[in-house]
Design a protein around this ligand. Structure first.
Ligand code: NAD
Length: 227
């Protein structure tokens, strides 16, 4: 999910600093103008601070995208999974924001974008207990930052996508008893993010076993049901 954002920013002339804990993912940017890469473990707070310090005199945009998706119901949720999800999906975002904010406040300008999910406080999805808790917290964090600093020129927003076909989705599909059927089902049910779902119920891409939802357009007209 980070790659398209980096491409878009690069296309708009931004100087992009792309980071990931997995250096192999960064190799694709070798020799790309406007993009500098750095391995970063977002559990390493001093490393985050050092990278933000080094990135630019002013960081215009911070995009928090690193995350993990846990599969599992409420009864499956273990303390270890919850700790990991909260540390990676939530606390790491707080840490990068705390590192970037002083520079943004000094410039009275900045945009912070946090990756949340439709599976969050927006919508409960089956087998996404730990994940949904963590992404609901991301929305809470986003609102807190916006409330604290919007009057000082800082915008903070969250992205809440439905299902997007990424390598990590492939891993989750492979966890199903019948991965082929799971992927076929997913293809028939394209992701409905907030923009398509409009007012009312918002829909996810609909992995197998996930419940049917009603999708209404902005006028409240029922457009379709799917599972
Ligand atoms: N794919 C979807 O359907 C979907 C839907 C909604 C939201 N999201 C969110 O989008 C974001 C990206 O997900 P994705 O689907 O591209 O999955 P992904 O697994 O491809 O991306 C997650 C990235 O986080 C990196 N990462 C993990 N631990 C890290 C650490 N300690 N430090 C730095 N980087 C670390 C991984 O190396 C990986 O590149 C996540 O926050 C995810 O929750 C995904």
């Amino acid at each position: 999910m980070a790659a398209p954002a980096r491409s878009r920013s690069r296309g708009e002339g931004a100087q992009v600093r792309a980071t990931d804990i997995d250096e192999s993912l960064l190799e694709r940017y070798a020799g790309t103008a406007n993009v500098r890469v750095a391995r970063l473990d977002v559990f390493d707070r001093p490393a985050i601070r050092a990278l933000v310090r080094d990135a630019a005199a002013t960081l215009d945009v911070l995009f928090n995208c690193a995350g993990i998706v846990h599969n599992g119901s409420t009864l499956d949720a273990s303390d270890d999974d919850l700790d990991l999800a909260l540390r990676l999906n939530v606390r790491a975002q707080l840490w990068t924001i705390q590192s970037a904010l002083p520079g943004m406040l000094a410039a009275a300008s900045g945009s912070i974008i946090n990756m949340a999910s439709i599976a969050s406080s927006i919508k409960g999805l089956p087998n996404r207990c730990v994940y949904g808790i963590s992404k609901a917290a991301v929305i809470g964090l986003t609102k807190a930052v916006a409330a604290d600093y919007v009057k000082q020129g800082i915008r903070c927003n969250a992205l809440c996508p439905g299902t997007v076909d990424t390598p990590s989705l492939g891993e989750r599909i492979r966890a199903y008893d019948d991965p082929v059927a799971a992927r076929r089902r997913l293809r028939r049910a394209p992701a409905d993010g907030p923009a398509r779902a409009g007012r009312g119920d918002r829909a996810d891409g609909g992995l197998p076993g996930e419940r049917r939802v009603e999708v209404r357009d902005r006028a409240g007209v029922l457009r379709r049901r799917r599972g």
